[in-house]
Design a protein around this ligand. Sequence first.
Ligand SMILES: CCCCCCCCCCCCC/C=C/[C@@H](O)[C@H](COP(=O)(O)O)NC(=O)CCCCCCCCCCCCCCC
Length: 216
Amino acid sequence: MAGTEEDQKFCLQEVLDTFKLCLSENKEVYLEHYVAGWRGLIKFLNSLGSVFGFISKDAVNKIHILVTLLNGESGSQYVTVQSMVTYELENDLVDLTKRGSHPESGCRTLLRLHRALRWLELFLERLRTSSEEGKTSVMCSEAYNESLSQFHPWVVRKAAGMAFCMLPGRPAFFEVMNVGPAEQVVAKLGEALPLISEVYQITEELYTRQSLMDLP
Ligand SMILES: CCCCCCCCCCCCC/C=C/[C@@H](O)[C@H](COP(=O)(O)O)NC(=O)CCCCCCCCCCCCCCC
């Protein structure tokens, strides 16, 4: 079925463009574009094969929760991450210390993606500075161990570790990024990373300020 979203090829440029759109003039993070950025990344993950299915399934679930909130009757409160946080906190829509009546709040859902964004930042930086012989599986697991893994139970860490071993080598990986020869991929990564870092940093500061870093 040509033309469906699933069929469209991943393109790093597209993800870059989406992350560019994420920040408003006064440095608020637009939820719509944040979610679209993740959608693009998941397209990439899906093109790597079904061993990554359990990862993309969880990410798709989380995106779905956020999109439902965005399109719901209080959608106007979810335009930016900042407005979402204010709205959910003011209306007691967040389980702050233990899981209760709001297991799928926007705040806790976004926090999971936010933690994964740190992994992405570390991984892409390794990829950008790697040599031709660099092993993507090693870069990926190092980035994971430095970030996301601390939030995952043993069984998830184990499954993730096994999936990383199935990652294609650097040349095939670069090919899937779909932006031309290796030097161009490296240049595009260099463009994308500051944008991803800034979105990460702004969210990190907001969540820290509001004591939302440990949402159950
Ligand atoms: C390219 C290789 C991709 C490797 C992806 C590395 C991340 C590994 C994450 C493993 C997550 C396993 C699934 C389960 C997760 C959940 O338990 C856990 C906690 O949620 P809960 O509190 O609701 O229970 N969820 C999470 O931590 C969120 C994980 C979201 C992962 C999104 C990963 C998307 C990866 C996109 C790859 C893009 C590559 C970029 C190249 C340009």
